[in-house]
Design a protein around this ligand. Structure first.
Ligand code: PLP
Length: 413
């Protein structure tokens, strides 16, 4: 990636960012902005009187609606805000349970924990590495009110199976699409199956709106009616014409759900203009990531110790990350032995994520430390991710692949 400083340490908690001493870095951004994207932001800075809640918001929401086919689209400040809104709209409370995959980023679960509902961790499918519908169904009780699914790493969850379970048990479904914009099942985009879809345009995502941003998609008209107030401090206009536009006030402030305080989760005009421009190249970004992943998988076919998620027929996995599993049990080695070589000797900024959420102090201290996820427990500790961004040069891919094969050969000796 161009524009990377080779000396300054800027890695965030996820491990992305420039860290000195690496031959292959793990950039914090997927790719540089295009001129089209840069110009979109400058246009708002120069020409738009309105800096928030104006024409660019409307256009971005319309563009996202056309792109995904969602019924209703609301741009918000980040996916965490979208998830928070979804958790409020699910009307969860302390008497309820919500099923959430344990293998995901913490933001998938925190908004649901905030409602007071009990988090029940779901296991992963051993083949696709995303939430296992059969385990979800096993964990449903008469207190279960919602299922959160995460299209993690860009892999679509088996939504037809999830929706069948949800309909059978009358449950709400929230799709966390933070890592999956453009992922689809038989052409139907993620974020259009469940009651809600939550997208992220955080700086590291396949598209970003200046580091932060998000979208909430909503299926029903009834839920959609409640979002503008919940998103914007309960603000709304008065109905009808008023001779004195300032009486009784310039606008009204009210609640949308009995007893629920509203939030401020708006996205500014420059970010919305950028969102429209980035959406225009999202498919190209995703296709490049898919092609890179394919090249690595083919090149590693001769390394049976390395395995990849199986992609079900009709599923479009957009490879927000490139995660692999290492099996060195036959020669008494594990992922950490492998990374010792890749990181320290071959200087690849290889990373490991996402730690099963129930292992974190946050969830343990807030009462969500219990788990029953044997597949995840048996799998996660031997996973790792190659350095990953859009447009990795062929010679870098070759270097990473040959380094991995060489490291395995050495571990076997
Ligand atoms: C799976 C998942 N869910 C939710 C989020 C939260 O997104 P945001 O940073 O836009 O709030 C992220 C961000 O990394 C994510 O990866």
């Amino acid at each position: 990636m161009t524009g990377q400083s080779k000396t300054v340490k800027t890695a965030d908690a996820s491990g992305r960012g420039t860290v000195s001493g690496f031959k292959v870095p793990f950039p914090a951004r997927m790719q540089p902005y295009s001129e089209d994207e840069i110009n979109a932001v400058i246009e708002v800075m120069r020409d738009s009187e309105c800096q928030t809640q104006g024409q660019y918001l409307k256009k971005f929401e319309d563009d996202f609606k056309s792109y995904t086919g969602a019924n209703h689209v609301f741009a918000v400040s980040c996916a965490s805000s979208a998830l928070r809104l979804a958790s409020i709209l699910c009307r969860l409370g302390p008497d309820d349970e919500v099923i959430i995959p344990a293998y995901t980023f913490c933001a998938s679960a925190i908004p649901f924990g905030m409602t007071g509902a009990k988090i029940v961790w779901a296991d992963i499918d051993p083949d696709t590495w995303v939430i296992d519908p059969a385990d979800v169904e096993r964990k449903i009780t008469d207190r279960t009110k919602a299922i959160v699914v995460v299209h993690l790493l860009g892999m679509p969850v088996n939504m037809p199976a999830i929706m069948e379970i949800a309909e059978k048990h009358n449950l709400r479904v929230v799709e966390d699409c933070a890592q999956g914009p453009g992922a689809s099942i038989n052409g139907r985009k993620v974020g259009t199956f469940g009651d809600f879809g939550c997208f992220s345009f955080h700086g590291a995502k396949n598209m970003t709106t200046l580091g932060e941003g998000g979208v909430l998609t909503v299926r029903s008209d009834d839920d959609a009616r409640l979002v503008p107030g919940l998103r914007h401090n309960g603000c709304r206009g008065y109905e009808g014409d008023r001779a004195r536009y300032w009486v009784p006030a310039m606008g009204d402030v009210d609640i949308d759900i009995e007893g629920v305080w509203p939030n401020k989760f708006c996205l500014g005009e420059a970010q919305c203009a950028l969102g429209s421009a980035s959406l225009r190249r999202l498919d190209k970004t995703n296709e490049t990531l898919i092609a890179q992943a394919e090249k690595i998988k083919v090149a590693l076919a001769e390394a049976p110790e390395i395995s990849f998620a199986g992609i079900p027929k009709g599923h479009k996995h957009i490879f927000h990350q490139f995660v692999m599993h290492f099996d060195g049990a036959a020669f008494g080695k594990d992922r950490n032995d492998l990374l010792d070589i890749l990181v320290n000797e071959y200087k690849m900024r290889t990373i490991v994520q996402y730690y099963p959420l129930y292992r974190y102090p946050l969830f343990q201290k807030l009462g969500a430390g219990q788990h029953d996820c044997p597949v995840l427990e048996g799998w996660w500790d031997n996973t790792f991710s190659f350095p990953w961004w859009c447009g990795i040069p062929d010679e870098t891919i070759d270097y990473m692949v040959s380094s991995l094969i060489s490291a395995i050969t050495r571990l076997k000796q």
